[in-house]
Design a protein around this ligand. Structure first.
Ligand code: SAH
Length: 387
């Protein structure tokens, strides 16, 4: 088996630099690159792919780049796909859906045809390699290898997804109630703050909903690998698992958890049902007693502590008629947080006028997508404490 793969770590728009930073911290500083289309790549063996899946908090998926080439005709596409190293990846019996085709500004643009041609080329290559008759379909009752073909300006990238369900699914969120933020976006916002550098500082999410920010913060502080409670596509691939050392990676992750670290993480929500859901998710994440929840209006939040961090994902009021209520809430937030002048506050909302109602100009803003919603993280840095 070839040792080193080119690997892509995908993420939602705006999070690429954080994914790259995570990969550097995981030990891939030498090979990490962000290309001119904001794609994040690194290099490694199956064990590195397993490690990235287990540890990346801000990415969506980890994919092996099976091949890259130029195609302007379907014949070219067929031949180039045929010539890739499929027998290395797909044992006889594998199921290999070409699950996704996407084409941007390219001569080949009919996505279903791109999918069909790719599939045909792989089938033919495997039939030849495994000496199967071309007249019979290949059996595909084995483990699944999900393949994608992406074409941009005639440049084709063929990918093999090693992850399966997106990495934002950590396995702890059994219920979410209202409008949860994705776990990987929540982690990204926390990693943008100064809190992880000193996680003994108080951490408060006053609109905690299902508890995503609190749970992700605790996992970051305690060095808990986000992938420990779920499975990945690669776990069904024999050639991969023989080389991935996955059990050892998980064991090592467990050993390195900072389970004794005492944290001060609080989550509040006006809705008692949300508080219950947050509690249940927290237990599912193995963080019982690590996070304190309370049913409370954010307007009632006060603290004598210094140098804390507030992260909030308040309602946006995208529904008609909610707007006024939401703007009132932003005003209340401004008032409630004003006395906490040594605290840093990070508020994610899609409301472009947030600062007007909050009555404070952000120290910094960062554009992000919350699902399909273009949003901003409004960052208000606390006054520095005199040492
Ligand atoms: N980040 C959360 C979702 C937050 S949605 C998650 O991942 O699940 C916004 C939350 O703000 C809702 O749960 C809503 O009940 C809460 N909320 C609305 N007004 C509030 C107020 N005045 N005080 C506290 N929480 C409030």
């Amino acid at each position: 088996m070839r040792r080193n793969f080119k690997i892509q770590a995908t993420a939602s728009a705006g999070l690429e630099s954080l994914v790259a930073r995570e990969l550097r911290n995981l030990g891939y500083a030498e090979s990490v690159k962000i290309d001119d289309r904001s794609r994040v790549f690194f290099e490694g063996e199956p064990a590195d792919i397993a490690k990235a899946n287990l540890w990346l908090r801000t990415a969506d998926r980890v994919k092996i780049v099976v091949g890259e080439f130029t195609s302007k005709t379907f014949d070219e596409l067929f031949n180039s796909v045929f010539n890739l190293d499929w027998p290395e990846f797909l044992p006889l019996g594998s199921s290999f859906p070409v699950a996704k085709a996407k084409s941007v500004k390219s001569q080949l643009h009919n996505e279903p045809t791109i999918q069909a041609i790719t599939k045909k080329a792989i089938v033919k290559r495997l039939q030849q390699h495994y000496h199967r008759p071309e007249s019979l379909p290949l059996m595909e009752n084995g483990p699944e290898y999900s393949i994608e073909v992406l074409i941009n300006k005639d440049e084709v990238t063929v990918l093999l997804d090693t992850t399966g369900e997106s990495l934002f699914k950590r396995g702890y969120r059994t219920e979410h109630g209202g409008a949860p933020i994705k776990e990987n976006l929540a982690a990204a916002i926390i990693l943008l703050t100064t809190w992880p550098a000193n996680p003994l500082r108080p951490f408060v999410d006053p609109t905690c909903g299902s508890g995503t920010f609190c749970i992700e913060a605790a996992m970051i502080a305690k060095n808990i690998a986000p992938g420990l409670n779920r499975t990945f596509s690669f776990e069904k691939w024999p050639w991969f698992m023989e080389n991935a050392n996955f059990e050892a990676l998980k064991k090592e992750a467990k050993l390195n958890e900072k389970s004794d670290l005492k944290l001060d993480i609080q989550g509040y929500d006006i809705d008692g049902r949300m508080v219950e859901i947050a509690r249940r998710n927290t237990v599912a994440a193995g963080l019982k007693n690590v996070i304190q929840y309370k049913q409370m209006r954010l307007q009632d939040f006060k603290s004598d502590l210094l140098d804390g961090v507030i992260i909030s994902n308040p309602p946006y009021g995208e529904r008609l008629g909610d707007e006024e209520l939401v703007h009132k809430l932003y005003r209340d937030m401004g008032e409630t947080f004003r006395p906490l002048d040594t605290w840093s506050k990070y508020i994610i909302t899609a409301d472009e006028a947030f600062e007007t109602y909050f009555e404070n100009r952000a120290t910094k803003k960062r554009k992000l997508y919350n699902g399909a919603l273009k949003s901003n993280v409004y960052q208000f840095f606390g006054k520095r404490l005199k040492k």
